[in-house]
Design a binder for this molecule. Structure first.
Ligand code: SF4
Length: 385
């Protein structure tokens, strides 16, 4: 299989969702739009539907209708996802999945339901108390409820066997993504973050059975690339777990002198830290995996693992020279995290830079010069030490 990254890039930027349309025509199946972060995509896929990532309109769509439904201080992804619905771009979506990550996402679910009653919006109530002995059984029952709510759209009922097969399909893709992430960390000159992001985003728009061969080919093509390391600093990037920055901005960060060796882009599509092997109760197993083995963020409300400490450990494990916080404008969960991160990074002597983005931004000169100055100061300090 040839690796056509330029074509994949066009696909992920195209809000006519060509891979989703092609899948629909080929299979006649239904499509479920999944708002980030931790949508349980395994459930609709187990019902023969295609779950796709709804990551807003990017910088290709003008907000004309959604502004009248939300206040001005709401993040862009909420408004542009609603705008996609108003301009008919979500007509190929048969239902929507939202879950309890923040108030704007919760409100978007209700606004969608009210404005587009023909397209069911299903809201997943994730547990907020991770240590309760009832958390896992509760979440398992919630996943069953979601399956039952989706069943009329799918035209069939959900069985544990279907869910086990679905978990396996997504585990295959997550495993391949973990390999690509590991490759980038080891040799970031062989696969850029722009390339890795393109592949990871493609996963959110394809059947896992179709995206897995692409990831396998990508690993084979990049693993042995003959690329010389550049004089760049290694950075861990955090803050972009929900709304996604423009791909051009990610590339600007790299061109400004950074090797991004870890990030939280599209985290919900690669949430499992370890491989999940389905057992006789895949609902309960998925619940346990989310509670105890998922990448955690402010939106998960897990007080057992201090996130700032996890960031310090990640930076050390990745041999990072610095941390860049790239947060979406008006994203409260992200900004709350930054306050904790900043203190811990200062205490541990890890240089850091705060940047803010909006998905619809076009100009990157200011951010680029900020990053260049940051990188130069670090390389200069290294040279004189
Ligand atoms: S970007 Fe932040 S505030 Fe907006 S929906 Fe996502 S988590 Fe919520």
């Amino acid at each position: 299989m040839t690796l056509d990254l330029a074509r994949y890039r066009d696909v992920i930027e195209d809000r006519d969702y060509p891979t989703v349309r092609a899948w629909r025509e080929r299979t006649g199946g239904k499509v479920i739009g999944c708002f980030p972060v931790y949508a349980p995509v395994e459930v609709p896929y187990a019902l023969g539907m295609l779950p796709i990532g709804l990551f807003g309109g990017g910088n290709r769509i003008e907000i004309a209708n959604a502004d009248s439904r939300f206040q001005s201080f709401i993040c862009s992804i909420v408004k542009s996802t609603l705008e996609l619905a108003f301009v008919g771009k979500l007509d190929l979506v048969d239902g929507l999945l939202f879950h309890s990550i923040c108030d704007p996402a919760r409100n978007l679910s209700s606004v969608m339901e009210r404005n587009f009653p023909q397209r069911p919006s299903i809201y997943v109530h994730l547990p907020q108390n991770m240590t309760s002995p009832h958390a896992a059984p509760y979440l398992a029952s919630e996943l069953r409820r979601v399956g039952a709510a989706l069943a009329p759209i799918a035209g069939r009922t959900l069985t544990p066997e279907d869910l086990a097969r679905s978990i396996e399909a997504y585990e295959t893709v997550r495993h391949l993504l973990r390999e690509l992430y590991a490759l980038r960390s080891q040799a970031p000159e062989r696969i850029s973050t722009g390339e890795l992001y393109t592949l990871a985003r493609l996963v959110t728009l394809m059947d896992p059975a179709d995206s897995a061969p692409i990831l396998t080919a990508a690993h084979a093509a990049t693993r042995d690339r003959d690329a010389r390391p550049k004089d760049r600093i290694r950075v861990v990037l955090v803050g972009s777990f929900c709304e996604q920055p423009p791909l051009e901005l990610i590339e600007s960060l790299e061109e400004s002198g950074c090797y991004i060796v870890n990030d939280d882009f599209l985290l919900g599509w690669r949430w499992a830290q370890r491989r999940i092997r389905p057992n006789s109760d895949p609902f309960l197993q998925l619940a346990h995996a989310y509670l105890d083995e998922s990448e955690h963020l402010r939106t998960k409300h897990d007080l057992r693992q201090p996130r700032a400490q996890a960031l310090i450990e990640s930076a050390r494990a990745q041999r990072a020279d610095a941390v860049i916080f790239l947060g979406a404008k008006f994203c409260e969960p992200g900004l709350f995290d930054y306050a904790l991160y900043r203190k811990a990074l200062d205490q541990n002597g890890i240089p850091h830079l705060f940047l803010e983005f909006e998905e619809k931004m076009w100009l990157y000169d200011r951010i680029r010069s900020e990053v260049e100055t940051f990188v130069e100061s670090m390389l200069f300090a290294e040279a004189v030490s």
